[in-house]
Design a protein around this ligand. Structure first.
Ligand code: HEM
Ligand SMILES: *[C@@H]1O[C@H](CO)[C@@H](O)[C@H](O)[C@H]1NC(C)=O
Length: 350
């Protein structure tokens, strides 16, 4: 739709929302209209009220409503913050990692080799806890959830606030190395509290990933051919013997797709968009809470938008035409995708 017509239709929707349904509008987002973005006017839990503005600062201000570099880095950042948690360290009463935002607090943590590539997102998020008077863990893990939702097809992951500030810099040497054996990697995730099935769901986040430091000669190559969407193509392509042009496979991901200890759970997600969305969402939620007790936090999922729905963007000729089950690996129509991305971007940049 030409932009003047689009603006007109948005205004018309707003007008109808206010006058027909009597909604009160407080912010620039249209709670009753076409954008599907909840507004502060519809706030339910008062604890969540300030989080609408923080959401806008991240999704609009930083991500520009797009599955771009900062959105993708936020998803990896959420893992690198929480992935230093260790049940063994907890049992020993030693300084532990947690989903505590320590990467936004101690400047030395982001300088570790493990965290190469996360400097830009850390610098971008750094002012927010002070600006909004909230904790770094809450900001960092909201950014991780919004990073998923910025990507077309990304599932909603429940989001919580109320994390206490970090007690210490995260212990070093706990993040996984892509060249470690499968048994070492699954043991490390077990020490975070994750089953192999949950790990297989989590590594699907590489669907929107690029590598810059594993093989610097092909820096910027992506982990699948559809890096701008949150789809299950990553699972299929990583498992395949073929190497698609422009992509790069981490040794760990390739081994997960074939190893007898992991392939059964890996295969749950090959071609299964809905299964993966559900299991990824639950595993990411768990990751965002490592080291904290969910019952002492507040569920602020009411602030979350929906991501662009891939179902509406599938080409008609695949196994996944619009209206059919989404539990497939849909082929996306690039023109429809571009239009949906542009619409989402313009809503967040309003
Ligand atoms: C065995 C476990 C894992 C290993 C060995 C691993 C390793 C890596 C490596 C080496 C990179 C490329 C870094 C670079 O060169 O720039 C990467 C990127 C990424 N990882 Fe992982 N990862 C693992 C699990 C996870 C998990 C659990 C998540 C999130 C749930 C995640 C999310 C990401 C994302 C989103 C990127 C792309 C970042 C970007 O494009 O800027 N990874 N990972
Ligand atoms: C794909 O790349 C891997 C790793 O570089 C290589 O071992 C394999 O032979 C390649 N496969 C094909 C079909 O070219």
């Amino acid at each position: 739709m030409p932009s003047a017509a689009r603006v007109f239709s948005v205004l018309l929707t707003l007008f109808l929302s206010v006058h027909v349904y009597g909604l009160s509008l407080e912010s620039r987002k249209d709670g009753g209209g076409g954008s599907g973005i909840p507004t502060v006017a519809n706030n339910k839990n008062p604890v969540c009220k300030p989080w609408y503005a923080i959401r806008d600062a991240i999704m609009g201000g930083l991500f520009h409503g797009r599955c771009g570099d900062l959105a993708r880095a936020s998803v990896r950042l959420a893992f690198h913050d929480a992935g230093t948690f260790s049940l063994a360290l907890q049992a020993a009463g030693k300084p532990n990692g947690a989903a505590d935002g320590s990467l936004l607090v101690d400047p030395n943590e982001v300088l570790r080799t493990d965290n190469n590539g996360l400097q830009n997102i850390v610098a971008a998020l750094l002012p927010l806890p002070g600006q909004f008077n909230v904790t770094p863990g809450d900001v960092l893990h909201l950014a991780g959830v919004l990073g998923v939702l910025a990507c077309p097809g990304g599932p909603v992951v429940k989001t919580y606030v109320g994390r206490s500030p970090p007690k210490n810099i995260a212990p070093d040497g706990l993040l996984p190395n892509p060249n470690s054996p499968v048994s070492v990697l699954t043991a490390r995730f077990a020490d975070m509290g994750f089953s192999i099935r949950e790990l297989m769901a989590l590594i699907g986040a590489h669907t929107t990933g690029k590598q810059r430091f594993v093989s610097s000669s092909v820096a910027g190559s992506s982990f699948d051919t559809t890096v701008d969407i949150w789809d299950v193509r990553f699972y299929r392509e990583t498992q395949s013997n073929a190497n698609a042009t422009g992509t790069f496979k981490l040794n760990s991901d390739v081994k997960f797709s074939h190893d007898s200890s992991t392939s059964k759970d890996y295969n749950r997600f090959v071609g299964k968009q809905d299964n993966w969305g559900q299991e990824y969402s639950a595993a990411h939620e768990k990751m965002s809470l490592l080291g904290y007790n969910k019952n002492s936090l507040t569920d602020c999922s009411e602030i979350l938008p929906q991501s662009i729905d891939l179902k509406n963007l599938a080409t008609g000729n695949g196994n996944s035409g619009p209206g059919n089950s989404n539990n497939v690996d849909p082929t996306i129509d690039p023109t429809k995708l571009e239009a949906a991305i542009e619409q989402q971007r313009s809503i967040w940049l309003n």
